[in-house]
Design a protein around this ligand. Structure first.
Ligand code: BTN
Length: 288
């Protein structure tokens, strides 16, 4: 039995069997992902030297995990146009219209000494980099790794770990590109900008940003955490956190060296929150 990790927001795997709710996007014009151009652009890189594409698959995270178990190379990228059993954080599902989004997983083989606490921040920073390039300061990260535009979620990240010789890490990224899932608080790059995007161009930029962030974070984990901290819109806010153990409320005052959110409760105590879904309370100084 693998013990829960002691760093923020990475999950040891369990069964995900919640039924899917498939949004009706039947009139949305689509083309398949140009994955061959992605593979050609990344051939000489660590992240994306191998690209596994299928028009449809259950979960790219599950496929990446299985590839790692069966000898798949470090840096293998798994991507699909139609993810039928996508999984999200906290045992949720992740559902997007076929060919509208990026649903991608990066499979990594990491030494036991790897600073795992930077994996979630590195992924969030990579997504933040490419989204910010399109929308500028409207983009921010909500602890730990939701990427927001104007406060609405445009991307989610699910890091899953298996203890192997060292670690197998799967970094799963779902980015809403040309369609917005019909969920409250969701947006897409298209909705935020009024433009359509070539998904392969975004994917190349995303893999590039992730590799750069990963390499930098391996070299200097504390610096990567500082960079991630500076992009968090959660700090200084009163938040409500839905955790596996129930709902708690407090002021998010900082993050610690593991990436955990430090919450100050109303009784004045400060405790770290390692995983959970955080909602921001309205800013009392903001507009009504
Ligand atoms: C979240 O709940 O915010 C995280 C969502 C992560 C979704 C991505 S889509 C690609 C990868 N494969 C999965 O099954 N999940 C992740």
């Amino acid at each position: 039995m693998v013990q829960p990790p002691v760093f923020a927001d990475a999950y040891v795997l369990k069964d995900h069997d919640t039924p899917l709710v498939v949004p009706d996007m039947s009139d949305f014009p689509t083309e398949p992902l140009d994955w061959q151009t992605v593979a050609a652009a990344r051939r000489a890189c660590r992240v994306g030297a191998a690209v596994v594409y299928e028009p449809s698959m259950g979960s790219t995270n599950e496929r990446a995990r299985s590839l790692l178990r069966h000898g798949g190379a470090d840096g293998t990228v798994v991507v699909t146009d139609d993810q039928t059993s996508g999984r999200g954080r906290l045992g949720r599902t992740w559902t997007v219209a076929p060919r509208s989004a990026l649903t991608v997983s990066i499979a990594l083989r990491l030494p036991a000494s790897f600073p795992l606490q930077i994996m979630t921040p590195a992924a969030a920073l990579a997504v933040d980099t490419i989204v910010s390039a399109e929308v500028g300061p409207r983009c921010a990260i909500k602890w730990p790794n939701d990427v927001l535009i104007d406060g609405l979620k445009v991307a989610g990240i699910l890091v899953e770990l298996d203890e192997a010789a060292g670690w197998h890490a799967v970094v799963g990224i779902g980015l809403n590109v040309n369609a917005t899932p019909p969920y409250p608080h969701a947006t897409s790059l298209a909705a935020a900008t009024g433009r359509r995007f070539e998904r392969h161009v975004l994917l190349i930029a995303l893999l590039d940003a992730f590799e750069e962030t990963l390499v930098g974070a391996e070299r200097d984990p504390a610096q990567a955490l500082r960079r991630w901290r500076s992009r968090l819109c959660t700090l200084g806010r009163r938040v409500r956190a839905h955790t596996p153990a129930g709902t708690i409320e407090g002021v998010a005052i900082d993050v610690d060296e593991n990436g955990a959110l430090l919450l100050r409760y109303d009784d004045g105590t400060v405790r770290p929150l390692l995983a959970g879904e955080v909602s921001l309370a309205p800013d009392p100084a903001g507009p009504p």
